[in-house]
Design a protein around this ligand. Structure first.
Ligand code: C2E
Ligand code: CA
Ligand code: CA
Length: 403
């Protein structure tokens, strides 16, 4: 891997501000350039290929959101910090929009920011690995999944599962696991679900994938020493709602694996449930009658209200990870989580918040009475045979640090 000196490009309509940031970057042994005009800035992005960008959001002529769109169109791979004197809500909205455009947004720097905040963003940038941009190009190339490839994945059982723990926010006890599918591709390595689930859904292959996921998940789960006290969550696609044989198949798989329906949670996204409410109503009712639990996944990013959703018989709600991931810096995200927790409890639903990446967020969830948490701070998804080690390690550290 080649190491190269980091290059920082600043766009700020106030020349003095741009220059002072540039000076600080140079002090950190980075090359730097500042521009006051968006067109000159975009040209520099194209030709000078900065590793870091600091972008003022509000400028005359062209606003920062348009600049972010242009950067996304150019497939810009630089780490970006957006700065501005405008309110935190607007800055956070810009942050989300940029991240959704696929840009590498490191942080928002509300003005005036301190030298140490800036340093944190630029940290390690003098040893930026030039391999990163290449890796991104490889990733986008790797995204081309052919139908034929996917068919052999299913036929040759190349799919496997990883498991991510869910804990009680108050006691920190382990409560269950979510099964997440991975594709061990013979040449591409580990392929993530976002890269093949949509294709499988389009071509009627999702049912076969769900069958394999359920079978593998139940087999693993039934081998856990205390599985009767835990739950296993499995994701099901919108297409499954129309599969009339699904509930019976699920029951016979549970029977075969000797897992009670009570221990299984089926997760379906808010958008899927709202798109066809009648199908969702039928499926959820049948699942609940057989003892399964149903969870509404990615709650908060669709445009339904919990009150509307509550007509469907589900038992758990999963607050979309984007809220927990921004909770420490966004008052709005915290308010959304808290109001979801309050409303869910008044409807007698269990609330899980996923995407918990730090201790402060877990503490916040405990303070507001959220039931369960899931996220990288607790554990990343792991292969089934790593779970026992994780549990033991956790018990050991709890013994040394009972707080
Ligand atoms: P999801 O159901 O919302 O799953 C959670 C995703 O968030 C997982 O990504 C997980 O690795 C990731 N995640 C968990 N904690 C954190 C965190 O703290 N921070 C961040 N940044 N991410 C976190 P993954 O495994 O890539 O799965 C992506 C999506 O693919 C899932 O989203 C789900 O919609 C779909 N999927 C996964 N497995 C299956 C499956 O077996 N069947 C179906 N139909 N869909 C699946
Ligand atoms: Ca899920
Ligand atoms: Ca989710």
């Amino acid at each position: 891997m080649n190491l190269e000196r980091g290059r920082v490009l600043i766009l700020d309509d106030e020349e003095a501000v741009g220059k002072s940031i540039a000076r600080l970057a140079e002090h950190l042994l980075l090359e730097s350039r500042s521009e006051t005009n968006a067109e000159a800035f975009l040209k520099a992005v194209d030709q000078w290929k900065p590793t870091h960008i600091i972008l003022d959001l509000v400028m005359p002529g062209m606003d920062g959101v348009q600049v972010l769109q242009r950067l996304a169109d150019m497939n810009c791979t630089a780490r970006i910090a957006i700065s501005s004197g405008i309110g935190g809500r607007v800055l956070n909205a810009a942050y989300r929009s940029a991240a959704e455009h696929g840009l590498d947004i490191a942080c928002v720097l509300p003005k005036p920011f301190t030298a140490s905040e800036l340093k944190e963003f630029l940290h390690n940038s003098h040893v930026v690995a030039s391999g990163r941009a290449d890796r991104r190009r490889m990733d986008s190339k790797a995204q081309v999944t052919t139908l034929e490839d996917l068919l052999s994945a299913i036929r040759e059982q190349q799919l496997s599962l990883v498991y991510q723990p869910k804990i009680d926010c108050r006691t920190k006890d382990l409560m269950g696991f979510e099964a997440l599918v991975r594709w061990q591709h013979p040449t591409r390595g580990n392929v993530m679900p976002d890269q093949f689930i949509p294709l499988a859904e389009r071509h009627g292959l999702i049912g076969a994938i769900t069958d394999q996921v359920v079978e593998m998940g139940l087999r693993w789960f039934s081998g856990l020493p205390n599985s009767t006290d835990l739950s296993l969550s499995v994701n099901i696609s919108a297409k499954t709602m129309g599969d009339m044989g699904f509930v019976d198949k699920l029951l016979s798989s549970c029977h075969e694996a000797r897992v009670s329906a009570n221990n299984l949670i089926l997760e379906i996204t808010e958008t899927a449930a709202m798109d066809d409410q009648l199908l969702a109503l039928d499926l959820f009712t049948r699942l609940r009658m057989k003892g399964f639990h149903v969870s509404i996944d990615d709650f908060g990013i669709g445009n339904s209200s919990l009150a509307l959703l509550a007509r469907l018989p589900f038992s758990e709600i999963k607050v979309d990870k984007s809220f927990a991931m921004s909770a420490t810096r966004s008052e709005e995200s915290r308010a959304i989580i808290k109001s979801t927790v309050d409303l869910s409890h008044s409807l007698d639903l269990t609330v899980v918040t996923e995407g918990v990446e730090d201790s402060a967020t877990l503490e916040f969830l405990n303070d507001i009475g959220c039931d369960l948490a899931q996220g990288y701070f607790i554990a990343r998804p792991m292969p089934g045979d790593a779970v026992e080690g994780w549990v033991l390690q956790r018990q050991d550290s709890a013994r040394w640090d009972p707080s």
